[in-house]
Structures are given as C-alpha cells and as structure tokens.
Design a protein around this ligand. Structure first.
Ligand code: 13P
Length: 236
C-alpha cells in the first residue's frame, strides 16, 4: 500500500529534516514494504536517498522562467524530486486553481515522467445532492486527465472530511472507491481526517490502496504507526 504524508504549510526546514530522518530510520529498522511518500513544504524540499520518497506539494508547469513566487521543474531537479501532488482541494478551492490549470500542470509533469498523486473530492453540498450528482462531479475532475497514465495515483479526499475530524462511513468510502475504480484503474488513496485511531479500519477497506494524511502525519511517530498498520494488514 501507499502511505503518504502531506505536511502542507507546516514544519521548518530543520524539523522536516528531522521528520524525514525519523521516518527513514523506522522503515529501515522494521520490515516495511509499503510505499511511503512525504510531501514537505516547498522551503523544506531536499535531496533524500532512501526508502522515503520526497514529493512536491505543488510546482508550476514550467522548467523555469518569470513566474514570481513559483518553483518549476528546475528547482525540483536539484533535489531529484520526481513525485508531485496535483489538484489538491486546497489548490482548487483555497488558491483557486482551475481544472484547466490543473490539466496543464498534470500534462507537464506527466511528460517529465513524474509520479503524480492526483487529488479529487467533493464538497458537502455536492455530497448532499446525492450519489449520482456526487459521482458525476468526481468524474468531472478527471476531465482532461490521462487516467491511464502509468505513474498515476489518485487520492479521493472528500473536502468536508479534510481537517474536520469527520470521516465518511466505511460503506460510503468503499462505495465511492469502487465506483471510481470502475473508471480509473490507478492506485486509489483515501484522504480526509485519517489518524492513528481510524487508519487501521480505513486501510482495510475494499478499494482503498493507501491513505493521504494531513494533520495526523505531522508527528513522525504517528505517521510511522499508520505505516505499520498498513504493513500488518498486508502481512495477513
Ligand atoms: O488534505 C489532506 C491530505 O492531503 C487531508 O488532511 P487531514 O488529514 O488533515 O484531514
């Protein structure tokens, strides 16, 4: 399974380096065969050689250039980073990235062979409009995206579950994941208030190939505990 930490706008460079070191040590000391991804804040991107894969939470769809405030592939190449989050709901609804901009970014980093964690998810308003409306909305977030790209990972993160402590029922998660898998065969992660107390159940659900964790991943020990849950499930 794939266990990913989205550190968002948290931790200093020094604390991120310590975090990555703690997770790497855990993976090396234990027989962990999970794929572990860590997406640090841009200021904390670093060259890391080991079992932990470092990814970018975002980057501009350019090698370099006059894009004030952005980082491009040139800055990622420096750290040998070839993994990126694209379409996160905070990029869509806080920063205001359009589907057109997201598609352009997806295509740019796909051409570079990046492993892309492509995020989709609905608002509470869309969910409350019923299954048909919700699934049509989720499918629309694949518009323009090559869902057969071999380095694609999809993360389903209901917006109303992000940072709220509220998690869909297991039945709802399975239902959405299986419907998404009818359309896209890529590994499918669940994200949205995943934490140590619920990760074991979530990771065991049909259609869940891993998790994308925000707040609860900020403590390295807790993130490692959730990695271990995934390993225990796979060892069964
Ligand atoms: O946005 C998320 C991961 O990308 C989920 O965040 P939380 O785990 O804090 O709900």
């Amino acid at each position: 399974m794939i266990i990913a930490a989205n550190l968002k706008t948290n931790l200093t460079r020094a604390k991120t380096a310590q975090y990555i070191n703690e997770v790497e040590n855990f993976l090396n000391k234990n027989a962990i065969s999970q794929e572990v991804l860590v997406f640090p804040a841009p200021s904390s991107l670093t060259l890391h050689v080991g079992k932990v894969t470092i990814g970018a939470q975002n980057a501009y769809a350019a090698q370099n250039g006059a894009f004030t405030g952005e980082i491009g592939n040139e800055q990622l190449e420096e750290f040998n980073i070839k993994t990126i989050l694209i379409g996160h709901s905070e990029r869509r609804h806080v920063i205001g990235e359009t589907q057109e901009e997201i598609v352009k970014k997806f295509n740019f980093y796909k051409e570079l062979g990046f492993k892309i964690v492509y995020c989709i998810g609905e608002s509470l308003q869309i969910r409350e409009a019923g299954d048909k409306v919700m699934m049509e909305y989720l499918y629309s977030q694949f518009d323009g995206i090559d869902i057969e790209y071999e380095n694609l990972i999809v993360a389903y993160e209901p917006i109303w579950a992000i940072g709220t402590g509220v998690v869909p029922t297991s039945e709802d998660i399975v239902s959405v994941h299986l419907k998404l898998k009818e359309k896209c065969k890529a590994p499918l992660l669940y994200g949205g208030s995943v934490k140590v107390s619920n990760a074991n159940v979530l990771l065991g659900l049909d259609g869940v190939d891993g998790v994308l964790i925000g707040g609860a991943a900020l403590i390295a020990d807790d993130f490692c505990a959730m990695v271990e849950f995934a390993q225990q499930i796979e060892n069964k």
